[in-house]
Ligand binder design. Sequence first.
Ligand code: SF4
Length: 215
Amino acid sequence: MGLKVNEIFYSIQGESSYAGHPCVFVRLTGCNLRCSYCDTRYAYEEGEEMGIDMILCRIAGYRCPLVEVTGGEPLIQDETPILIHRLLENGYRVLMETNGSRDIRRVDDRCTIILDIKCPSSGEINKNDLNNLKRLKDNDEIKFVIGNVEDYNFAKKILNSMDPNQLRAASVFFSPVYAKMEANTLAKWILEDKLQVRLQLQLHKIIWGTEQRGV
Ligand code: SF4
């Protein structure tokens, strides 16, 4: 019983509505996708088996109330929902970032899901389980990683197809592919189209660059 863990580290949350907050990250090993721009390829295989009690113990050492479970893809490991439940029971605020290919209903409702919807330039658009959009709760967030205008138009189309009651503007993030898509171009498109979304820059990369792991 346990999970294969790539790394556990303490850093500044670089994305989502929690950007800027100190946060403990639990990066789980393995991913069922191979996105063209993936910046965590080291998490595909590397990692060590850890029991949930040991993971909780490591997290407790940081004395930080915010924890993000990420990957890789967290939902390919059977015990991820148990880890999240245990974290919540221990009083943590918990975020889980998922690549959107697996059913998010397995996860405790108190957890904030950051649902990545894959755009065409990822090369993994066919893996999106778009039924997840209907499963989102009020405290969840949607992220589109945008690499070009085709991605941007795809993201707009997805948003237009959603029930407006379900689509809360503050919870949708458009993030440019780092070093590939100019943030000012994406900002211009968002302003021109008057989209009620949030432009997201990856704060951790601005602070520490792209080479360092565990930040
Ligand atoms: S889903 Fe995330 S971890 Fe998996 S290949 Fe895509 S970017 Fe990398």
